[in-house]
Design a protein around this ligand. Structure first.
Ligand code: ARG
Length: 456
């Protein structure tokens, strides 16, 4: 049997098997290289604090390892760190690099650790950083929609049910609805952050180790809320954080997809309520007149991809037996791709929201058909003392009388909470700001913990 003779760290493996099992890890794991070093720094620091003889790591050895890890992080940032096929993944690549630099000391870092808890902690550290950035992007888009909505809050828009004209709405109501939807999706990100911010390190292969490690210390060093309690559960929890995050991302993409659909519709020449700036549209190779909303169509498509990635992650977990299983490796790719798509989509939608033009005359022209005022008129009659059902019939029999009603007047009358003239833009902006501030503060805590961990 031919074997990959360079695979010295964990034995010789048939090259085809090696290629199949490592899959895209040598590439995907590059995104984890920095957090892998941080996880190792925390682990070695914890080992150096252990009240255990013989001493596992002296302070001098700890400092040497951390310095070497800092150099590796530097290589990662300069783009010169590589994961070879023989390494299989980032964990063995970092260990190889440490051993190249530190000799026997490098061979000690895997004491009381397995790649199972190592990859689990790497992903959680990665998810945490990404979640904070993603949360800020959600806040950015919500704020862009609120700014747009507030600017055009007095422009009437035909409100629709079943896509048919229903009742007068406004551009402010339309835009701030999607902002509020995104802020509610933010609750799911908060839940995902809570599920994610637990430290699996020390579970090792999934059953702990026979030495008195301090799992609380490792967790504190990495600024987790706490360690997972049961080490077997810590290993079973791999994949859950990614699946929960993907579910939250899928909800965000559903919100974006519905926003995109409205924009496609309302920017059609037949509606012309909005105009997409030409430089955010794409042309046709044959039809010279075209400015197409490809961005918005791609958002719709990418919402489908996210639903697929979220479903795939859940299905991988569905019949997963307890303990580590290699299928878990595939949740990593789903998570990374799903996250990338969601973040890109949020940023491109913000560009759309910031540059969208409103055509007030087209918005008002859509009120030429009088039916859209019918319900408001019926309720006016109710306010004059008529029972609602009588008012309903009277209006239905005299729809033509409503022709020429002023949509500006009608939308100004809805002053109740959340009505066309009752939207609390300041409160919604406050929610967006608070959401961003919370993510920024969480990231600042993480950055401070990392700085002190690596500061030797
Ligand atoms: N690349 C692997 C993963 O993502 C790392 C863990 C491998 N551990 C193992 N026992 N085969 O899951």
């Amino acid at each position: 049997m031919k074997t990959a003779d360079t695979a010295t760290t964990v034995g010789k493996i048939n090259p085809d098997v090696l290629a199949f099992t490592e899959g895209k890890d040598p590439v995907l794991d590059l995104a984890l290289a920095e957090v892998d070093c941080l996880g190792t720094a925390a682990h070695v620091t914890m080992l150096s604090h252990m009240d255990f003889r013989p001493v596992l790591f002296t302070e001098t050895q700890r400092v040497a390892v951390i310095r070497a890890l800092r150099d590796i992080i530097d290589e990662v940032r300069r783009g010169v760190f590589t994961i070879t096929a023989a390494d299989q993944d980032v964990h063995l690549a970092v260990e190889r690099r440490l051993t190249e630099r530190l000799g026997d000391l490098g061979k000690k870092v895997h004491t009381c650790r397995s790649r199972n808890d190592q990859v689990a902690v790497d992903i959680r550290l990665h998810v945490r950083n990404e979640l904070n950035a993603l949360s800020e992007e959600v806040a950015d888009l919500a704020e862009a929609l609120l700014a747009f909505g507030e600017t055009y809050r007095k422009i009437p828009l035909v409100g629709r049910t079943h896509l048919q004209p229903a009742m007068p709405s406004s551009v402010g109501m339309w835009a701030s609805a999607y902002a509020e939807m995104l802020l509610d999706d933010g609750y799911l990100l908060e839940a995902a952050a809570k599920v994610n911010n637990l430290c699996p390190l020390g579970s090792a292969a999934g059953y702990g180790v026979p030495l008195p490690i301090d799992r609380q210390l490792t967790s504190d060093l990495l600024a987790f809320d706490r360690p997972h309690h049961n080490v077997f559960y810590a290993s079973c929890a791999r994949g859950k954080d990614e699946a929960v995050l993907l579910a939250a991302c899928a909800q965000i993409m559903l919100s974006l997809s519905r926003l995109a659909e409205d924009l496609i519709l309302f920017s059609m020449p037949e509606f012309r309520y909005f105009t997409l700036p030409r430089d955010l549209c794409t042309g046709s190779s044959i039809m010279p007149q075209k400015y197409n909303p490809d961005v918005l169509e791609l958002i719709r498509g990418k919402a489908a991809l996210l639903l697929g990635q979220s479903t795939a992650a859940n299905v991988i977990l569905k019949a997963m037996p307890g303990g580590y299983n290699r299928d878990l490796q595939d949740t990593k790719e789903l998570y990374m791709e799903g996250l990338r798509v969601t973040r890109t989509s949020l940023r491109i939608m913000k560009l759309m929201a910031e540059n969208l033009k409103v055509n007030p005359e087209a918005c008002r022209a859509a009120f030429a058909e009088p039916g859209v005022f019918a319900t408001d008129r019926a309720l006016e009659l109710v306010a004059g003392g008529m029972p609602f059902r009588d008012a309903y019939h009277q209006v239905r029999d005299h729809l033509e009388d409503l022709r020429g009603m002023d949509p500006d007047e009608v939308i100004a009358k809805k002053t109740h909470l959340g009505g066309t003239n009752g939207i609390d833009f300041a409160a919604l902006r406050g929610r967006a700001e608070a959401f961003r501030a919370q993510a920024a503060a969480a990231q600042a805590r993480v950055d401070a913990a990392f700085a002190s961990l690596m500061n030797v």
